[in-house]
Design a protein around this ligand. Structure first.
Ligand code: UDP
Ligand code: MG
Length: 162
């Protein structure tokens, strides 16, 4: 039997990284959120159901370590299981930030994921990367190369972030 090895390269600008946070998971919103993601034209390049340790959550949100909300955020993010995923689409980072809406659900546009499913600024349903380089770093933190696929099922080779 012949095995064909295929390669696929995708620009980092075409992926973003998301977390469905513990509050949205415990309120059974995984399906609704994934449906919105899919209907907005994103495809899933990687996905897992997992739970963060304190060290993982602190590392992930390290940029906010001096903020007053940091310890509460780490406590919340480790309080239950989450879904982590890499999403692929043209202009993924910007388009996904639009789909999720403002960090504060009170300021989020109607129809956004956070407007629909966030409980508060902290328990705001989902994470979305804020830049191409952070999308790449976050994707690398959660998924190995052998866990990421393009739309045809080939391994998704991410171009190094600039
Ligand atoms: N957060 C919080 N209190 C705040 C601001 C943010 O608990 O006053 C939490 C919230 O869960 C948010 C996360 O910290 O999603 C990261 O904050 P950031 O400002 O990066 O917002 P995001 O990029 O998630 O919109
Ligand atoms: Mg952020």
């Amino acid at each position: 039997m012949q095995t064909t090895l295929r390669n696929f390269t995708i620009m980092t600008g075409n992926i973003t990284f998301t977390i469905i946070k513990p509050g949205a998971v415990s309120h059974e919103h995984i399906g609704d959120i994934l449906k919105m993601i899919s209907e907005a034209g994103f495809s899933i390049a990687a996905m897992k159901y997992t739970k963060l340790s304190q060290i993982q959550a602190a590392y992930f949100y390290n940029v906010h370590k001096e903020r007053s909300f940091f310890s509460g955020l780490v406590e919340f993010m480790t309080s239950g299981p989450i879904v982590v995923a890499i999403l692929e689409k043209e202009n993924a980072v910007e388009d996904y930030r639009k789909l999720i809406g403002n960090t504060d659900p009170a300021k989020a546009e109607p129809g956004t994921i956070r407007k629909l499913f966030a409980e508060s600024v902290q328990r705001n349903a989902v994470h979305g990367s804020d830049s191409d380089s952070n999308a790449r770093k976050e994707a690398d933190f959660f998924f190995s190369k052998s866990e990421r696929f393009d739309r045809d099922g080939n391994f998704l080779e991410l171009v190094p972030a600039e």
